[in-house]
Design a protein around this ligand. Sequence first.
Ligand SMILES: Cc1cc2nc3c(=O)[nH]c(=O)nc-3n(C[C@H](O)[C@H](O)[C@H](O)COP(=O)(O)OP(=O)(O)OC[C@H]3O[C@@H](n4cnc5c(N)ncnc54)[C@H](O)[C@@H]3O)c2cc1C
Length: 417
Amino acid sequence: MLFTENAIIWIRRVAHLPVRKRCHSASIGNEILRSLEATFEQFAAQEMSKRQLAGFACRKFRLGSTCLQIHCRFRASRPWLSLQDSVTVCTFAQWLRITAFALVRRFGICQLSRVLDASQRRRTGRSIRGEMMRYHTPSSFEDASAIAAAATGVTRFLAGGTDVLVQLRSDLVTPDDLIDIKLIAGVRDITRRDDGSWRIGAAVSGAELAEHEALIGEWPGVVEALELIGSTQIQARCTLVGNLCNGSPAADSVPAMIAAGATVSVVGPEGAREIAVEDVPTGPGMTSLGPGEVVSAINLPPRGEGGGDAYLRFIPRTEMDIAVVGAGVNLSREGEAITAARVALGAVAPTVLLVEEAGAALVGSTLDDSALAALAKAAEAACRPISDKRGTVEFRTHVAGVLARRAAKIAYDRAGA
Ligand SMILES: Cc1cc2nc3c(=O)[nH]c(=O)nc-3n(C[C@H](O)[C@H](O)[C@H](O)COP(=O)(O)OP(=O)(O)OC[C@H]3O[C@@H](n4cnc5c(N)ncnc54)[C@H](O)[C@@H]3O)c2cc1C
C-alpha cells in the first residue's frame, strides 16, 4: 500500500516536472504517466504487492524504463526496494538495460532523487521522505538566531529572496528551515545616527535605498551599486545583506560597501558583534558567519566633509548581467589632495577584494596621471581571476585597472562637489 501511494505521488511529481527535467528522469510521456497514474490509483484500493505492481506496469506499457523510474525514485528513500523487486517481471533485455543504466547513471539517479525531492517540497512543503520545509517568521533577530542555531538541516534566511527563491525554484538549495526576517521590527529602516553614521536594516530593498535622498547624497556609490542589481522587479526585493551573504564574488554592492568601510551587525548564539564587510565572504557561496548567526543591519561610517564614493562594473550588455569586473572607490579630500582612499574589486578573485595598495596609491595625490597609473597597477596586481566564457584572466585584470581609475575619478569629483 505504502509503495502504491508513494508511486502515485512520484508519478504526479514527474508528470509535472518541466520537460527538461522530465527528459532527464523519464523517457515516458505525459500520456502514459497519466494512464499509469490512473492504473495505480485503481490498484491503490487493493492490497497489491510492490512486485505485482511493478510487474503489472511493465507488462501493460512494455516499458522497462517505467520500472527504472520507480526504482530510481525509491532507491534512496526505500532501501527495502531492490532492483530485482522493480524489474522482476521485465524481459531479460529490459533488465539488462535497466541495470546498465542504473550503474552508469548512478550519479544521475542521485540527482534525480534530489530534484524530485526538492520539487515535491516546493509543491507540498513536504519532502518525499515526509519531512516538512519549515517557514519561520520570527519577531526578533534573537529569535531568528535561536531558530537557526537549533536547526539541523539546510537553513536559509529570507530577506528579499531574489537569490534564495531562485535557488529553491531551480532545485539548487532546498532549505529545511526558511527564516523570513521581514517581520522583525526596524528591519526596513534607514537611520542616520547622531554621529553621522548610517544603519541600514537587513531587509531594506534596492528601491527603498534608491529613494532615500539623504543617503544618496552621502553614499551615492553604495546606492548605485545596489541599484545596478537586476531589474525593477528585483530592485523591489533585493537587499545589501542578501547580496553580501549570498557570497558571490561578483556581488555588485559588496565592493562599494567594502570601499565605504561598512560593517555588519551580527546577532548570534554568543550575542551581538560587529564585523567589517570584507571579513564576511570567505569564498564563492561561503561566509564567515557561524551557525545561528544572522545579520541585522549594515552600518556605514560618518561621511564627513570632502568625501565621495563610486562603483562601476563591466558587463557584456547594458543590464541584467553579472559583473565581469566591479570596482568600488571611496575617498576623502582636503582641497585638491586626497587624504584617505579605499579601493575594492569584485569578480576578480574568489571573494571581493579590499586592495589596500590601490587605496594607498591615491593618498597624498591630486589624482594626477601618475597616481592613477599607480592605482591601476596595484588593482591589476591584486587580481586573481578565472578565465571563463565571460572574460579571460588577462581581460579581467586589465578591466580592473581601467574601472578602478574611472571610479576614482568619479569619487574624486563627488568629493569635491
Ligand atoms: C534576475 C536577477 C538579476 C540579478 N542581478 C544581479 C546583479 O546584477 N548583481 C548582483 O550582485 N546580484 C544580482 N542578482 C542576485 C540577487 O538579486 C542579489 O544577490 C540580491 O542582493 C540578494 O538579496 P536578497 O535580499 O534577495 O537575498 P536573499 O535571496 O533573501 O538571501 C540571499 C542569501 O543571503 C542570506 N541572508 C539573507 N538575509 C540574511 C541575514 N539577515 N543574515 C544572514 N544571511 C542572510 C540567505 O540565507 C541567502 O543565502 C540577481 C538576481 C536575479 C534573480
